[in-house]
Design a protein around this ligand. Sequence first.
Ligand SMILES: [Zn+2]
Length: 222
Amino acid sequence: MLSFWQLFRGQALNLFLKPNCPLCDRTATDTFCKYCHRQLQESQLLDPAQYWQGDLPLFAWGKYEGAVKRSMAKLKYDGHHSIGNSYGEWLAASWQKSPINIPTKLVVIPIPLHPEKLASRGFNQAESIARSFSRATGAKLDLSLQRTRSTVAQFGLSKSARQENVAGAFALVRSSLKPGSTVLLIDDIYTTGATVRSAASVLRSTQIEVCGVAVIATGRDD
Ligand SMILES: [Zn+2]
């Protein structure tokens, strides 16, 4: 058992070693400093369920702008896992507060990266968000959706080129998902939806129900 002093020293060390805010390097209170935290919260959508309709409903925590945009880049390219963790918790809190009611037990599936990209980046930012979302909501995390074909970045491509780029890019590998399971796809950013649509069609072709996609930020402004 740890003595009081060992515990105290551990706590003090934790305090001392707490990383600074990944966005501005000031002292962080949680993942971010209080200034950046406030800025991020300002980009939160008033109604995260405003796009929850149509063939593939979208649930979005916030807008892809300002501090949210910078934090996404920090998560993706500098490997700040704690950002994915915080975002997963914020997304879960919004989801649980929303009027969306999925009657069956939900399975969450992150949009996967191609293995080559995963190897060079070291982790999948969508998985880190989905893991934290699943911990907070009790939804089951499933990683059987995989990217089987390498795709070029969607940025700068036309709508039809985006669809072509991601068509047939996904497959279910050694999946234990039962037909009739209800899945919520999770990604970091939503732009045209071509990627998530392609992923959803693979799942739906095996009788898995995809209720929608939840993302941290959307570039949609309609
Ligand atoms: Zn900061």
